[in-house]
Write a protein that binds this ligand. Structure first.
Ligand SMILES: Cc1cc2nc3c(=O)[nH]c(=O)nc-3n(C[C@H](O)[C@H](O)[C@H](O)COP(=O)(O)OP(=O)(O)OC[C@H]3O[C@@H](n4cnc5c(N)ncnc54)[C@H](O)[C@@H]3O)c2cc1C
Length: 295
């Protein structure tokens, strides 16, 4: 039997520079970053992981921000909590889909302490923020000592509980472009209990032409129906350039079912989740369309 000890060295950073120095120094060690600890502490408590070093970034107040301007869009720092996104007046005004999404993430207690970036880095395939961020064409900024790179939201998670963040790196910011006119976005998840992870979730962004007739851009994100959150590009092609109707959304839902890859579990079979995702797409697409027409 493998014995897992719970001893670790605790290293707390107070600035981004300090955190990047610690990450560079421990690049080849068995370490974990901790932000709010809502997922990490649970994994450690259950002895699923036992890192030798914990690098605490909760003190990086310089990364605790949410800013918006029309040119650069929305920027969410790595230490911004779910609750601050949910309660941000500018987010509610410009990207209300993110506030709606946040209202059903876990409990208020978890949202008060857990960060949005930490949720993405934990990389559960059903993570709630991922589908709307994919729909919104968000990017993540990843930093290491002396370097920075930008990754599309749909490329960020690479497998179950694994992201593109490499040893020595940390995610520092989410960037979301300003929305063009005539754009509507919506997200919903289906879970067995309020605040639970989703069995399936979907988010759709639709931009209509000046006459509000045809769809000029559409982006679709799914959660919980594969080993990562998924951008459904083939499904988008069904809708792009066309007048969106309920019949067209039903056609798109059929394509979506072939583009996702759910697995069976105690909470539902793969076929059930496939059907669920198709149904969510039709519902979410309808609301996104109505919002685009009113925008
Ligand atoms: C009871 C419960 C219910 C939940 N329900 C939901 C739900 O319905 N929907 C949902 O989406 N989520 C849910 N969650 C997950 C929750 O949202 C996350 O636990 C929380 O947001 C993680 O943020 P954190 O700051 O606490 O991250 P931590 O727990 O500190 O870290 C999580 C992981 O991300 C890594 N990490 C953290 N920050 C960074 C960074 N800046 N750069 C690189 N790596 C980093 C850590 O090393 C760790 O691997 C639930 C959690 C709990 C405990």
């Amino acid at each position: 039997m493998k014995t897992i000890t719970t001893d670790f060295d605790y290293l707390a950073a107070t600035t981004v520079e300090e955190a990047l120095d610690l990450l560079a120094q421990h690049k080849d060690d068995d370490y974990k970053i901790v932000a709010g600890g809502q997922s990490l502490n649970t994994a450690m408590k259950h002895r699923l992981i036992a890192p030798e070093y914990i690098i605490d970034i909760k003190g990086l107040t310089d990364l605790d921000y949410i800013t918006f301007d029309e040119k650069e869009g929305l920027k969410v720092g790595a230490l911004a909590t779910h609750r601050s996104l949910e309660k941000s007046p500018i987010v509610r005004e410009k990207y209300c889909v993110l506030c709606e999404m946040e209202e059903n993430v876990a409990s208020v207690e978890t949202r008060n302490w857990g960060t949005v970036v930490g949720d993405l880095c934990n990389a559960d395939p059903a993570v709630d923020p991922a589908p709307p961020l994919i729909a919104l064409d968000a990017k993540l900024k990843i930093a290491s000592k002396g370097e920075e790179r930008i990754v599309d939201a749909e490329e960020f998670v690479v497998d179950y509980y694994d992201t593109t963040v490499q040893p020595g790196e940390m995610a520092t910011e989410i960037l979301i472009p300003a929305l063009p006119p005539n754009t509507g976005v919506y997200f919903t998840k289906y879970s067995q209990m309020l605040g639970d992870y989703a069995l399936a979730s979907a988010s759709v962004l639709i931009t209509l032409d000046a006459k509000k007739d045809k769809c000029v851009n559409v982006r679709i994100g799914f959660g919980g129906v594969g080993n990562t959150p998924i951008r459904a590009k083939k499904t988008e092609e069904v809708l792009k350039g066309k007048k969106i109707t309920e019949a067209l959304l039903a056609e798109a839902a059929e394509v979506a079912k072939t583009e996702i890859n759910p697995v069976s579990g105690i909470e539902g079979s793969a076929d059930y989740k496939r059907e669920l995702a198709g149904t969510l797409l039709k519902r979410v697409g309808k609301v996104a369309l109505e919002r685009a027409q009113k925008a």
